[in-house]
Design a protein around this ligand. Structure first.
Ligand code: UDP
Ligand code: MG
Length: 313
């Protein structure tokens, strides 16, 4: 029997291009040997995205929609989408066609060769600002130095995972998941296919700087303890410095250097604050985890069979 491939597409305010995406994917799917389901996750769009998808569901029962009750973010939309798939393999891709469907057959080929996870490696990125490409390149290189996992450089969330990998992903219950890090973390046989990342077909990026920073911080704080260790070094610095200074003052008897004292104190206070900041970000994650809230709330599911009713978050 032919394989079933599930495609997970997170959607946030994509009304400008979502219809084109669906039509393009329908055209692509109709030419393939495999069976396909398209699982859209509407991440609290405030526009007509969900309505457009529901309209398409009427005509095509291979299209499904998971609708979030508000915007929970791209990473949680992917996490949720995975849970609603039934395919032998699952492909995650953006809903703006920046990840071209033509790459999927190459991913499937690698999967058939025996790889569990095939990630897309961006060889070239069109229509993205120098700032975005530069900060992204910097992030991946810094992450590599800090992290406990060996995440491949310059990969996004465009990838294929087989059922086994998806099942393992579902065992991870992080509040603020960094999906590409989690995928690396679960291990298995992984490989890449290179691809040319296109410009988005319509609309603007849904990843403002604030969301990019959150993603980078989630990535680092969930896969590296090094910044926390750095805080320890930082807090030791003023202490050791102060001690050395005290010994120096005792030795020379020069206890009148008030200005130097003030400068030192300012430095110490600055460093302590910095350390506290770093501690704070980790504590934030711990608190999130301890709270143990469901990570997202689904308000509605459309186009599923009984299976969806048995999913618990
Ligand atoms: N997205 C989402 N929730 C968000 C932000 C983005 O589901 O809070 C979706 C968006 O609709 C798109 C994908 O995530 O399908 C990637 O976002 P975008 O294309 O804006 O990011 P970029 O390609 O500019 O990095
Ligand atoms: Mg995009």
């Amino acid at each position: 029997m032919a394989d079933t491939i599930s495609i997970v597409l997170p959607v946030f305010n994509e009304e400008a291009g979502i219809k084109t995406t669906i039509e393009t994917l329908e055209r692509y799917v109709s030419k393939q040997d495999e069976n396909y389901e398209l699982v859209f996750v509407d991440d609290g769009s405030k526009d007509e995205s969900a309505k457009i998808i529901k309209f398409e569901i009427e005509k095509n029962d291979n299209i499904k929609l998971v609708e979030f009750s508000r915007n929970f973010g791209h990473q949680l939309a992917i996490t949720a989408g995975l849970q609603y798939t039934k395919g032998d393999a699952v492909v995650v891709m953006d809903a703006d066609l920046q990840d071209p469907p033509e790459v999927i057959p190459r991913m499937i080929e690698k999967w058939h060769e025996g790889y569990d996870i095939v990630y897309g490696k961006r060889k070239q990125r069109d229509g993205e600002t120098f700032f975005k490409k530069f900060t992204s390149a910097m992030f991946y290189r810094t992450f590599k130095k800090l992290a406990t996992i060996d995440m491949p450089l310059d990969t996004g969330d465009f990838r294929l995972m087989n059922r086994k990998a998806v099942q393992q992903m579902q065992r991870l219950h992080e509040q603020d998941p960094f999906v590409r890090g989690q995928v690396t973390w679960i291990g298995f046989k992984q490989t890449s296919v290179e691809y040319h990342r296109h410009e988005r077909i319509a609309g603007e990026t849904k990843y403002p700087l604030s969301k990019m920073i959150k993603l980078a911080l989630d990535g680092i704080t969930s896969f590296s303890m090094k910044p926390l260790q750095l805080a320890n070094i930082f807090s030791a610095l003023p202490l050791v410095g102060g001690l050395v200074y005290l010994i120096y003052l005792i030795a020379t008897g020069g206890f009148t250097a008030t200005t130097v004292g003030i400068t030192l104190m300012l430095f110490s206070v600055g460093l302590v604050f910095l350390s506290m900041g770093i501690f704070g970000s980790y504590l934030g994650r711990v608190l999130d985890q301890v709270n143990d809230r469901p990570r997202f709330v689904v308000s509605e599911t459309v186009g599923f069979d009984q299976r969806a009713k048995t999913i618990h978050h």
